[in-house]
Design a protein around this ligand. Structure first.
Ligand SMILES: C[S@@+](CC[C@H](N)C(=O)[O-])C[C@H]1O[C@@H](n2cnc3c(N)ncnc32)[C@H](O)[C@@H]1O
Length: 232
């Protein structure tokens, strides 16, 4: 395969979008990084590029940033997730990171929890289109499913502050299960308010970890919290 760079939903040269320099990622590196999941991931990126804006799933400014801002950012959480078992993605929206997780963790079952009907319709359509048989869409707010199922891991991206995420995520975990949240670099200010909730609900102290994917792609931050078997 020729060494092309990927800056949007389709391979192409790096370029500036509204004055924002889009980092470029080599397509061959993407193929190597995603391995057997690459064809599914590439089709998902393509579908997001052509449908995401039209369906109001992502803003128009996001279309040229799909690979580095959304797909690779979502993929950054995957190394922190188990290979098997039940993984919940809360507030999946357009399928970020849930669809990426399902493609990269084919032996796990991934529940996409999303309250908005239009987004659930998209998640159903795109999962079928991509042939993802390990995905189930759960329509509703995360807290509506407390007591309905228990996950081995729960992830989320751009859904709420860490204190609220702890409240809605921790009850969806089995004891010993892990919350793995994608956050921006400014997560530090969310830690202290979350600690109070963690003490009450029985979660470990948050670990803030660097999550990297490929050279040239923006790195991100993951917060990991374990649901403790006993209250502290
Ligand atoms: C800003 S969007 C982010 C979507 C996606 N995770 C992403 O990174 O592009 C937040 C999503 O969380 C959903 N949401 C908000 N509150 C929620 C809750 N309590 N439980 C589950 N989903 C929720 C919204 O409907 C919306 O789709």
């Amino acid at each position: 395969m020729s060494a092309k760079s990927v800056s949007g939903g389709t391979p192409g040269p790096a370029h500036a979008v509204d004055g924002f320099e889009v980092s470029s990622v080599d397509e061959a590196a993407l193929v190597e990084y995603f391995g057997s999941a690459y064809p599914i991931i590439a089709e998902f990126a393509q579908q997001l590029e052509t449908q995401g804006g039209v369906r109001g799933l992502i803003g128009p400014r996001e279309v040229p940033r799909i690979w580095d801002r959304h797909i690779l950012n979502s993929a950054a959480v995957v190394p922190f997730l188990p290979d098997e078992g039940l993984i919940g993605d809360l507030g999946s929206g357009a399928g970020l990171p849930g669809i990426v997780v399902a493609a990269m963790r084919p032996s796990a079952t991934v529940y996409l929890v999303e309250p908005m009907e239009r987004r659930c319709e998209w998640l159903t359509t795109i999962s079928a289109h991509l042939g993802l048989t390990n995905v189930e869409i759960k329509r509703g707010r995360a807290e509506e499913f407390h007591g309905a199922f228990e996950c081995d891991a729960v992830t989320s991206r751009a859904v709420a502050g860490l204190d609220k995420l702890v409240r809605i995520s921790l009850p969806l975990l089995r004891p010993g299960g892990e919350m793995v949240v994608l956050k921006g670099r400014n997560v530090a200010r969310e830690i202290e308010p979350a600690r109070k909730v963690l003490r009450r609900l029985g979660g470990s102290d948050p670990e803030v970890l660097d999550a990297v994917t490929l050279p040239g792609a923006e790195s991100t931050t993951v917060v990991r919290i374990v649901r403790q078997t006993k209250s502290r």
